[in-house]
Design a protein around this ligand. Sequence first.
Ligand code: GDP
Ligand code: NAG
Ligand code: NAG
Ligand code: NAG
Ligand code: MG
Length: 402
Amino acid sequence: MALPKSMRYLAGATFCIFIYLFVQILRAPASESEIKVPSKTPESGYNSKDRDPQLDPSGEPPGPLRRVEGDNYAPNDPASARINATILSLVRNEEADDMVQSMRDLERTWNHKFNYPWTFFNDKPFTEEFKEKTRAATKAEVRYELVPAEHWDIPSWINMDLYNESVSLLLEQKVQYVERQSYHQMCRWNSGMFSEHPALKDMQYYWRVEPNVHFFCDVDYDVFAWMQDHNKTYGFNINLFDSPQSVATLWPETKKFVEDNPSYVHPNNAQEWLEDGKRRPENHQIAHGYSTCHFWSNFEIGDLSFWRSKTYREYFTHLDRAGGFFYERWGDAPVHSVALGLFEDKTKIHWFRDIGYQHIPFFNCPNNPKCSGCVAGKFSDGAKWLEREDCRPLWFKYVGMD
Ligand SMILES: Nc1nc2c(ncn2[C@@H]2O[C@H](COP(=O)(O)OP(=O)(O)O)[C@@H](O)[C@H]2O)c(=O)[nH]1
Ligand SMILES: *[C@@H]1O[C@H](CO)[C@@H](O)[C@H](O)[C@H]1NC(C)=O
Ligand SMILES: *[C@@H]1O[C@H](CO)[C@@H](O)[C@H](O)[C@H]1NC(C)=O
Ligand SMILES: *[C@@H]1O[C@H](CO)[C@@H](O)[C@H](O)[C@H]1NC(C)=O
Ligand SMILES: [Mg+2]
């Protein structure tokens, strides 16, 4: 029996659709748990007991690694193997002793071998006492730089009545530090002004260090040269969720910017990481689609060219005009993280698992004989809820471990 021609076409088309759907079903993972994640599921957190050994943050990254050979990294030698890079810190005079603590740790574990310069920034002139104490903590070059008022002052377009009103509202929601005007200024400076300081003009890489942090592990290679040799833009150590009220309109403002500049988004971006709100639906909702997961920026090793790029300058200016550094409490950590997640190739962002680090109350403590002074695998200092702040598993899920 011959079917009419139209019926034959219909049967053929139906068969094709059936085959297509069948193939799609075979290809799609049945559930999220089948997506390959190099850890437990993100929901299970990052506890030392049940952790995948693959996640143990130990060991050096892949080579080539540049090491000390003879006196190739001698201090104050213009012909040394050092590249254009500096350790830097924004710090107050009153924090001299805490700064020296951080210096002692980083010098002991790394910089006494490589002698990279330290550059200190302050919105007020450094005192002689600060200079003496910090100079005595290193044999490397030390620089003291004033932040120019036009980089620090609250911009003219900020309405101070609205600022006061916003601070009161955020205080009611218990957003930390929101009542400190200088905290907002500090976040803005770290977000978009530090890279513009004339003292960094000839620098390409920086390692940001805060007062009163700890470093636990011997690191025997030139970290800055590693960044350069491996074409990395940014290195982080710890990933955390943020207070969603502090960044409520950061994501909507970012989306506006991206709508106007779609070509700025990198094809190999980490947007999915920024938007995955499953582990903290409440954050995701309050921050209007941003999970609040960010690189904890009190530690960052970065390439200044990214912060000086046309894309980032325009993005920062957009955010600055929108006013959220003052009307909310946008931190440099979420601002840097959103920019990196959207505008940079995600493979250029590196987890420095081998650098043991603490800024109260969190640790990155590798299981490695080169480390001492911290408990391997320990993530936080205190209450159990702190353990839930770790969002590194989300980064590993979308980007992997490099
Ligand atoms: N010079 C200067 N440094 C500041 C000021 N506010 C914060 N900082 C520095 O900015 C960094 C972050 O501040 P911190 O109080 O540690 O903030 P937290 O880490 O978020 O608790 C630290 O290095 C501080 O020394 C300020 O008003 N002036
Ligand atoms: C560092 O920067 C200066 C100024 O831009 C440049 O002349 C010099 O060659 C650079 N040094 C290295 C090691 O790249
Ligand atoms: C904002 O509040 C501070 C104290 O909370 C006050 O000193 C200041 O005058 C207020 N500014 C404006 C513009 O209302
Ligand atoms: C480094 O990154 C730049 C920009 O993405 C790319 O053009 C270049 O080929 C990369 N170089 C290496 C050695 O991977
Ligand atoms: Mg701090």
